[in-house]
Design a protein around this ligand. Sequence first.
Ligand SMILES: C[S@@+](CC[C@H](N)C(=O)[O-])C[C@H]1O[C@@H](n2cnc3c(N)ncnc32)[C@H](O)[C@@H]1O
Length: 214
Amino acid sequence: MWLQFWRDQRTDFHQSVVNPLLSKFWPELRLAQGSRVFVPLCGKSLDMLWLAQQGHEVIGIELSPVAVEAFFSENGLQPTQQQVDAFTLWRDGPISILCGDYFALTTNELGMIDTVYDRSALTALPEEIRGLYVAQLSRLVSDTAVVFLLTAEDAAEDATMQQATGVDEEIARLYTGDFDIALTYVESVFEADPVSAALPCIRAEYKVYRLTAR
Ligand SMILES: C[S@@+](CC[C@H](N)C(=O)[O-])C[C@H]1O[C@@H](n2cnc3c(N)ncnc32)[C@H](O)[C@@H]1O
């Protein structure tokens, strides 16, 4: 499905600017220069460029070679390519992307990771395999890793204003076993219905979580 989406250029999820919640709240993590940041299911996200500009070494994983090629060419980068087990490793300076299946990844290919940036990675997957995604993440990262997780949810069927809610029930269920969960920011906004401007607005909630492995 994803491979076809990329071939057909059905990439509405791609953001043409750096995610504003990333640039606003990431500095609160106070990471050391040179920290390695893992970006699962990275697509061609410009957020990787921003993370590299903050002095991090960025390593993404992405299934689609179309996405990986687009990331480097659209940003004027000239990556080298190298086969690493079942993956093709594309690299230019501080940004590397392993092209292949996240669920087949091991620490042999990924190396040591203590920070993760997740925007539309967990939520890109069907609900029935999100538990496997989190279990795989736990296996891949260090015992004290921090996951900076951004989520976006439609908060209500109608457009009535309610109090911003707390930790999403699914996030709590998926991560509680291996991570401490802190919800650090919630933004509640009314947005036009993407189907038609004639429909009532939808209330969306954007949340920033800091998950700490234990
Ligand atoms: C919703 S997009 C999000 C991309 C990126 N995080 C962003 O913010 O633009 C999800 C991405 O995950 C990739 N993907 C889906 N399943 C994958 C898997 N098993 N391994 C690696 N990448 C995968 C898709 O090709 C797609 O680019």
